[in-house]
Ligand binder design. Structure first.
Ligand SMILES: C[S@@+](CC[C@H](N)C(=O)[O-])C[C@H]1O[C@@H](n2cnc3c(N)ncnc32)[C@H](O)[C@@H]1O
Length: 505
């Protein structure tokens, strides 16, 4: 039996975790069961998020290679018909060390092993079939959150920014914004001196939220532009992009005093070139904060020398499904269907379509919040036949994961599919003297995956996954860009880091 304790930094210091006390009951439960102990591993994480998709303990089958045909590999989309699961090679028992002190782990693990031995006895209510992480319905919930943000915020009495690290967006930090603008002025002055400055000066922001960071940036720009004697503000076009028209409308109000200098565009940040192709080679700054960590991601793993895709299946624990069903006058087996309708219609139309369950928008929002709070992800590992057959984005295949998966022993990493698509699609938009600047949660060294948990977690109604920084560096380097990930200078202790990409000199 293998025991893998990942949060090693918590094993020493002021308030160390008592791993023995935590794991003893889990090992006892395993020993008392009929499971083949030589094929079990006990994997311990520290899930730092107050709300996450994990139970305190769960099991994750590691599937044996499937010999039934190529389609059985899932081909990375997660949308193909699901073949019968192949046999299981080994079994992972996953434990959250942060919460296990309050749980009877022996009973929990015994229950899990019983369920594993007899899947028909499971009380979980699945919300979807097995899919890869980026195709899970959690991303439908994430999109709904941004599409119907005001309803959610009204119900919770909290603005989304309060859930971000530090309680507000770092993109609002005035000192950092001024430093950035002055650096851009310097580039423009140099180009102007060579009569090479274009008449239109484009700045793009992807994922604008409430528009507070755009307002900070534009207000500081006006002030610095005035002091700088050249009238760069007159030539400035600030394009706010988001996939949520609701968010764009709200952000536009925050910068209304900048009039025609600002425009909005509905853009899928994972494929920016689709709507922003007209800017190819023209953007002096593409500004992205707290967005990459909010884009869909798969996870892949190397276990015992083999590569696997992490498959997930969203579910509601039986007791939660029963409680929610009772509150909204539905039989428990219909909760999954109501959740699906919510994702398709949004809360306003849902209550119009199903007045027998939801008396008004408030009730539909209450249903949404209850389902989201209870939602968990079951996981299993499906063997990947070949990395080059795994499509990371429409233009990138899994070969780029090879060195991360083959050089660090057993490891599980984020693929950051959405962030990679966004990053690779943004670089061509940059002016040769332009830059991409991104404040976000980056894992800057792949070895950190050995000792930390980096998502997915829940921020209110949205999803957060740290971004696999070395993959972005690799893609940028290949395209001729210098990519740096450094501490956020205005708050160096923060987990937020700053990524910059500019054409290599
Ligand atoms: C956490 S907020 C960050 C907002 C702001 N940049 C900040 O720092 O406060 C994430 C933003 O990204 C947007 N977003 C998420 N996924 C997106 C996608 N695929 N395409 C475009 N925008 C997206 C959301 O609508 C939201 O406005």
């Amino acid at each position: 039996m293998l025991v893998d304790v990942r949060p090693v930094s918590r094993l020493r210091g002021k308030d160390p975790v008592d791993v023995t006390a935590a794991l003893g009951p889990a090992v006892e439960a395993l020993c008392a069961s009929a499971v083949d102990l030589s094929r079990v591993s006990l994997v311990c994480d520290w899930i730092q998020y107050r709300s996450s998709f994990r139970e305190v303990a769960d099991y994750r089958p590691v599937l044996a290679p499937w010999r039934g045909g190529a389609e059985a590999e899932g081909a990375g989309t997660g949308l193909e018909p699901q073949p019968e699961p192949p046999a299981e090679a080994t079994l992972e028992i996953a434990i959250d060390l942060r919460r296990c002190a309050d749980t009877d782990l022996r009973a929990a693990v015994t229950g899990l092993l019983d369920e594993h031995a007899d899947p028909g006895s499971s009380t979980r209510v699945p919300l979807e079939p097995w899919v890869t992480g980026r195709h899970s319905c959690i991303w439908g919930f994430n999109a709904l959150y941004w599409q119907a943000l005001s309803h959610w915020e009204q119900a919770t009495g909290r603005e989304y920014e309060q859930a971000l690290p530090g309680g507000e967006s770092d993109a609002r930090n005035v000192a950092a914004v001024r430093e950035l603008i002055l650096e851009i002025f310097k580039t423009w002055d140099d180009l102007d001196a060579r009569s090479a400055l274009p008449p239109e000066l484009y700045v793009v922001e992807l994922g604008v939220g409430n528009g507070n960071q755009a307002r900070t940036w534009l207000d500081e720009f006006v002030e610095l532009s005035r002091a700088h004697s050249r009238d760069y503000y007159r030539r400035l076009h600030y394009i706010m992009c988001d996939y949520s028209p609701h968010v764009l409308g709200r952000a536009l109000k925050a910068v209304a005093h900048h009039g025609d200098h600002v425009s909005t565009l509905v853009v899928d940040a994972t494929r920016p070139a689709v709507s922003l192709g007209f800017l190819r080679g023209k953007a002096f700054l593409v500004y992205v904060s707290n967005v990459y960590d909010n884009l869909p991601s798969d996870e892949v793993a190397c276990i015992g020398g083999h590569t696997y895709q992490v498959e997930v299946r969203a579910f509601l624990p039986g007791a939660d499904a029963a409680r929610i069903a009772q509150r909204f006058s539905a039989p428990p087996q219909r909760v999954a269907e109501l959740a699906d309708k919510l994702l398709r219609l949004g809360p306003e139309l849902l209550c119009e379509a199903m007045p027998q369950h939801f008396g008004g928008t408030g009730q539909a929002v209450a249903f949404w919040r209850e389902v989201w709070a209870a939602l968990r992800l079951q996981e299993r590992y499906r063997p990947l036949r070949a990395l080059d057959l795994y499509q990371v984005t429409p233009d990138l295949n899994g070969e780029l994961l090879r060195s991360q998966l083959e050089s660090h022993g057993d490891i599980r990493v984020h693929v950051s599919n959405g962030a990679l698509g966004s990053f690779a699609g943004t670089l061509p938009l940059l002016h040769p003297f332009g830059r991409l600047l991104c404040h976000d949660l980056f894992v800057d060294d792949v070895r950190r995956y050995h000792s930390g948990f980096f998502g997915p977690g829940k921020y209110d109604g949205s999803v957060v996954n740290w971004v696999n920084g070395p993959l972005l560096r690799h893609i940028g380097g290949r395209a001729g860009f210098d990519v740096r990930i450094s501490p956020f200078t205005a708050r160096p202790s923060s987990n937020i880091k700053t990524l910059t990409a500019a054409v290599r000199e």
